[in-house]
Design a protein around this ligand. Structure first.
Ligand code: IMP
Length: 424
């Protein structure tokens, strides 16, 4: 595993936390490259659950260096609180590295995120309200504030004041909320700066050197392919690039340095927030997926929408990410169903589709065309070898491989670290 990207092949919540945890054991560096604390990774260690939103899962391994690269957006209070939580759990956050180029989520970003959602009413995106979209908006408008700005008080103050000149017109006049004070924000953030200082570095150089030294570097994607700002179901997406290209842009590591791209896909599919979802189920099967799969958001606690696996979407993820392997999670949840459906096409007023449509409107009107596979109807949570799986479960995995064009390398059959099957 010299340089491997692990990313979500669906709409997020594929179980990347446990997958990254699995790979992190043999990684020297684990790197977040996009997003911020909109992500939520729950890692089950023995009896304990550890929920991380910013610090890469590598923190669980003392030899592994967790890196938060330049493509991310950082809420410093959240990062510091997470470091404190890690310390309380007996972990050591002192090795966490933070890019000086990462952008800061400011209090007005959080306020704007909530206000914009409220304002959009029934058209809202269903964001996590963590300020992600407004922080990236400022980044691309070129008046974002970066981690490195925290270390020059004069520049930091000037940037906050300049930002507020703009935001304090928008907040009351457009969104009917109170304006914000520069002094309070500057004082609060300068306190964070002191604690963050030992972690801040040039992470692009750090990773370049690591790759030159043949270290194992794991790039940990947040969210998922279909939430990508460029390649997802826009506008119901996040504001960054969770696809493989995002790992390159968001770290400053060149594309030729990447050896493997592992796509994580649930054996069914889920999404939170609004937006089209062709295979969504509104019946007792969907409810069972939610209940058995514990499909509630790590960050917001929202009930996830669930449905059958969509091969058009998975093939699309394989294509836009150049996936080299698939990691199929939560296969055990499908044990509850007599037969299992898989979407192999869409039928819509615009015609028939056997590839994920480029035109977003199709996704709203289409009817999935399903193929039905027999279920296995038995508990597989104790299985550890591929050959010990019921033949119907093996047939399902083989079907997914064939239809996606990507080999399945691993299957998880439960949330514990050990509940995993490695395919040769
Ligand atoms: P934002 O990233 O908070 O701006 O939210 C934009 C969209 O991405 C919303 O539909 C969110 O529900 C979704 N989203 C953001 N982060 C995650 C995640 O980690 N898992 C699943 N969905 C997410």
């Amino acid at each position: 595993m010299p340089a491997t990207i692990v990313l979500g092949a669906q709409w997020g919540d594929e179980g990347k936390g446990r997958v990254v945890d699995y790979f992190a054991e043999s990684a020297d560096y684990v790197v977040r490259f996009q997003g911020g604390n909109n992500a939520g990774h729950t890692i089950v260690v023995g009896e304990e659950k550890l929920a991380l939103s910013l610090i890469p899962s590598g923190i669980l391994y003392p030899e592994c260096i967790p890196v938060i690269a330049s493509g991310t957006v950082i809420d410093p209070k959240v990062l510091l609180d997470e470091m404190d939580m890690a310390t309380e759990r007996g972990l050591d956050p002192s090795a966490v590295k933070l890019s000086s180029n990462a952008h800061l989520i400011m209090p007005y970003h959080r306020k704007l995120d909530a206000a914009i959602e409220r304002y959009l009413g029934k058209n809202q995106i269903g964001t996590t309200k963590k300020g992600i979209g407004p922080a990236y908006t400022d980044k691309y408008a070129r008046f974002g504030i970066r981690v490195q700005d925290l270390f020059d008080e004069k520049i930091f103050r000037e940037k906050v004041e300049a930002a507020l000149e703009d935001k304090n017109k928008i907040l009351p006049r457009v969104y009917n909320t109170l304006p914000m004070e520069a002094d309070a924000i500057v004082d609060e953030y300068l306190e964070y700066a002191e604690r963050l200082a030992p972690h801040v570095t040039d992470t692009s150089l750090l990773l370049w050197n690591a790759i030159q030294d043949d270290k194992a570097v794991l790039f940990e994607g947040a969210q998922g392919t279909l939430l990508d700002i460029d390649h997802g179901t826009y506008p119901f997406v996040t504001s960054s690039n969770p696809t493989a290209g995002g790992a390159v842009v968001g770290t400053g590591v060149g594309p030729k340095a990447i050896d493997d791209v592992v796509g994580v896909a649930k054996a069914y599919i889920s999404r939170v927030g609004t937006g089209p979802f062709p295979t969504e189920l509104f019946d007792e099967i969907g409810d069972a997926m939610i209940d058995l799969g514990g499909e509630y958001g790590t960050v917001t606690g929202r009930r996830r929408r669930c449905g059958w696996l969509d091969m058009l979407a998975l093939r699309y993820a394989a294509r836009v990410n150049s996936l080299t392997k698939l990691f199929l999670t939560k296969l055990d949840i499908l044990s509850a169903f007599d037969s299992i459906k898989v979407a192999v096409g869409y039928r819509s007023p615009e015609g028939k589709f056997d590839e994920f449509p480029a035109q977003q409107s199709v996704l709203y009107h289409c009817e999935p065309v399903y193929e039905e596979l027999p279920g296995w109807g038995e508990d597989i949570t104790g299985v550890r070898r591929y050959d010990d799986l019921p033949k119907e479960a093996r047939a399902y995995i083989e079907y997914v491989q064939e239809a996606s064009g990507v080999d399945v390398g691993w299957v998880s059959v439960g949330p514990e670290r050990s509940q995993l099957i490695e395919l040769s």
